[in-house]
Ligand binder design. Sequence first.
Ligand code: NAP
Length: 278
Amino acid sequence: METDSPQATVAAVIGWPISQSLSPVIHNAAFRHHGDNWSYVAYPIEPGDAGSAIAAMRGGGLQGLNVTMPHKDAVADLVDELDESAESIHAVNTVVRMSDGRLRGYSTDGEGLLRAIRINANWDPAGKKVCVLGAGGAARSAIDAFTRAGVASIFVVNRTVEKATQAIGESKVAVVGSQRNIEECDIVFNATSVGMGTDESLVSPELLHEGQLVIDAVYHPLETRLLRDAKSRGATVLDGLWMLIHQACVAQALWLGREPDYQVMRNAAVRELAARGN
Ligand code: NAP
């Protein structure tokens, strides 16, 4: 695996497909801003082939690795150890080589979501009633993170009800919910792909109101139909780009031992989305 700048330390994201990933833009903006001689690249890796990136991490060709669909589960089995979140949801999105050479897998999506809530919405999720729409990878990260953050309850609302039951996992505060629960919740998080590239929302606007925090995992478009409806109903809103930025911040902190400037990363991502016409 090579880059244009031979002396640079290399980090990468693997996925299939990967060409639309914003991660290179986000990470490289922070590396430039902080004067790090690091370079971040995206590698298209076919399903079943994540082992090549793990081998590059073990061999020192890569110093940092992000993992996206469809490799998150496979990489959880390929690393030497898992942090609590990655273990809980059996999915890895960040790999770190420890000082003893062992590879540790992390799941930083949930922590990225919590940071976005605390830093950018200035909310503390502790004690709040939460509705998570969806039961896939983003939802499982969110249920795990909200549970650790001490929320009062989580309603998991999903098209396929059996998957909602599975996504609850070990959480003692999560139950399967329905659309009827949305109105009573303080925090509503759309962790489905509904609204990505379309003007659709799963939530009837009349269920949204002032005093709620409504968050979308989707960031294309930045202002989804859900967020537009929530704003017009007086709710506080948080777009999916904040979650993406903060999971990248957590990854950089793990690799480099320093916190990057999240605003620099966000600005670069917004510019890139605009250039792509999003
Ligand atoms: P996933 O594992 O494929 O799960 C997709 C979820 O969306 C499932 O719960 C699925 O329901 C639901 N869904 C899909 N189409 C639907 C429809 N037409 N009506 C109702 N429900 C529908 O995907 P994921 O990895 O969790 O990602 C979900 C979204 O979050 C994607 O848009 C992804 O890009 C985004 N995401 C953002 C971040 C971030 O940092 N901002 C991080 C991770 C993911 P069923 O179970 O019934 O199929």
